[in-house]
Ligand binder design. Structure first.
Ligand SMILES: [Mg+2]
Length: 406
């Protein structure tokens, strides 16, 4: 592919130092980049990246009102599809962590520049730019509008499915993960992957999750009335974990149906907890104090450090399917699985494996000392009314030696 025309690339330079802006704009002009906009404020920059759409944003990590890390988070929130270049005068380690954060958000990074910026370095980094893949950009567009999702919530089209979690040593059913489906009148039964990111994008994930939690608690109450005590886990978007009112809301929902908090587990993914670890820590700790379970979802994929893991009050950790399914036949996956399980044990939390799909997976998890297991080998997610029938089938399968105890 021919090198892109420098005159067609829209570049935004963000720095709080006017001299730096002037220097970078002049240098870019001399290098042949003619569409350069400069900006001294992070907030104003955010409005500039949206229209007409910037291809590259060069920004300083250290800025007063909105620093580089906050700026990155805002870029992510706005589905920025361009590329970024970090410019800084700070030490390497911070630049490296910032680069990691940018990548963790799925934003394309061309490279980092250290002040004073050398023109040839700037040219080298920018030469790595290529137009974003338009197919990816459209795939990232939320498929459903805010109004459609709101209508689905209001008309009761969201239905909870339940995927059983069983004890690997005893085969006992201990709980279920709640997985919401959307019974769409035209598009059929939709898995969460089809609409959760749209709900997050439109900022109605809280309303949606509140419905999921309320329905799950009502279901737990109905099962309890039939002598079936199940601990239910609900996936909670990290977006909500910066809302200081979240714990009270969940406590209120549980109190209304008279379900003890210990029967409700909130599953959160670790990746974005570090954005503001103090707020997350406060909210998670309050939830634990109220008695709710807290599960770190897919923790192998999270970028939390051991120290952060120790400081966060999780009661359970989930090992994701990517290192569970077929781990018995892969040296890398089995090593990752075993170290995840042993880390969970060191942290004294319950370890649940997702994605057990065969008797070999089951046996390998059992031998590795994992506590709980969910996956197609045990059962797919099912409607609440199917669960009692499934329990009979499972107990029979288990009795007949499907999964012999180690
Ligand atoms: Mg989950």
């Amino acid at each position: 592919m021919a090198a892109p025309d420098k005159n067609a690339i829209r570049i935004l330079v963000l720095d709080d130092e006017p001299l730096m802006l002037e220097f970078l704009a002049d240098t870019l002009g001399a290098l042949g980049y003619s569409q350069v906009t400069t900006c001294g404020s992070g907030y104003r920059a955010l409005s500039l990246i949206e229209s007409p759409g910037m291809d590259i944003v060069l920004f300083d990590l250290k800025m007063p009102e909105l620093d580089g890390l906050q700026f990155i988070r805002h870029l992510k929130g706005r589905d920025f599809t361009g590329s970024v270049v970090l410019v800084s005068g700070v030490e390497d380690r911070i630049v490296q962590s910032s680069e990691q954060l940018v990548r963790a958000y799925g934003i394309n990074i061309l490279g980092s520049l250290t002040k004073p910026v050398l023109p040839q370095e700037l040219d080298r980094v920018l030469s790595g730019w290529s137009p974003p893949d338009s197919t990816i950009a459209t795939a990232a567009e939320p498929a459903y509008t805010a109004a459609e999702i709101r209508a689905a919530i209001a008309s009761g089209e969201l239905v909870n499915f339940y995927q059983p979690k069983v004890n690997l040593m005893t085969g006992e059913l201990v709980g279920a993960e709640v997985l919401v489906r959307w019974r769409h009148p035209v598009d059929g039964l939709l898995a969460p992957a089809m609409f959760i990111s749209a709900a997050e994008h439109h900022e109605i994930i809280e309303a949606l999750t509140a419905v999921v939690i309320r329905q799950a608690l009502e279901q737990a109450k109905a099962w309890k009335a039939n002598d079936l005590a199940l601990d239910l886990s609900v996936n909670v978007s990290t977006d909500w974990l910066s809302d200081l009112e979240f714990p009270d809301l969940v406590e209120d929902l549980a109190a209304r149906v008279n379900i003890a908090p210990r029967h409700l587990m909130l599953e959160v993914s670790g990746g974005r907890l570090i954005e503001d670890i103090r707020v997350s820590l406060e909210i998670l700790t309050r939830l634990r104090l109220m008695g709710f379970g807290l599960c770190l979802d897919a923790f192998g994929a999270s970028s939390l450090s051991l120290a952060q893991l120790r400081s966060l009050p999780f009661s359970e950790m989930k090992v994701g399917r990517e290192i569970v399914t077929g781990a018995w036949k892969s040296r890398n996956a089995s090593a990752a699985l075993e170290s995840s399980i042993s880390l969970g044990k060191q942290l004294a939390v319950t370890v649940t494996a997702e994605g057990a799909e065969s008797i070999e997976d089951w046996q390998f998890l059992q031998a590795s000392g994992c506590h709980l297991c969910q996956g197609f080998f045990v059962a797919p997610a099912m409607r609440a009314e199917e669960l009692t029938g499934w329990i009979q089938i499972w107990q029979k399968r288990y009795r007949e030696g499907l999964a012999p105890a180690a």
